[in-house]
Unconditional design. Sequence first.
Length: 289
Amino acid sequence: EASEYDGVDVAAVSARLLELVADDDVTALVDLLAAHPLLADEPAPWYSPARGAEPMTPLMVAAAYGSVACLDALLSPPHLADPNRASASSLSTPLHLAAAGGAPSAPTTVSRLLAAGADPTLLDHLHRRPSDLVALPPNSLPLKNHILSLLGARKEWPPDPSLPDIKNGAYASDDFRMYSFKVRACSRAYSHDWTECPFVHPGENARRRDPRKYHYSCVPCPEFKKGAGCRRGDMCEYAHGVFESWLHPAQYRTRLCKDGIGCARGVACRGRSLTCRRCASPGAQGTCT
């Protein structure tokens, strides 16, 4: 039996609110909420082909459908709907629903929710963050990456056959790893997945100094490790970062990897077997113990 207050069928009004939000009919929504303000953030059953029947608030439906006008109204006074309220069944928040909804306006919806205080680290019942659920039509990778960047997640890149394989060939040789990996600048003028590229890119933390040009050891710099940078910059006698330390000729693959041949790292700085282990380069500066 439908709940009632002051003779009003709450279930019917709540269902109507969800319908208006799905259509992004903000004028009708505001009028109905003016008469029933207590229902602005109340859940009601909502059915969708992708999720089945689920109790959802008007804000959740607005997020899922990309109904920006209604979403703005619900997040604004006097309603101030909770952007972190989770579904009782799936624990999905409006941010989960916006990311997974696939609406063309999803980036705007995600941005508005974040501005209202939505937490991108909350997990649903399958322990997924909103960034794990981003779904858009084919050929929408830029739009998807925009949403991922808003949510603080790593971007995705289409397969690029022109990128060298950092695990094989000349790019996996000891000489390249020690003297060129993340030392030589990348010549590509287009955006690509720099984590799969052996060359260095502007602003990349993995940047290394050429140990043949700069005389530094593989011993980590105590100032650089504190995160504030090093006052001596490129002239410092110590290694700046793990790549400078572990790919240094005095240290690269001079020790055995604890994971052995089962190591899944793309760039292995330690030998995976005794046959892969090497001796420090003659004359290499520094002692790494």
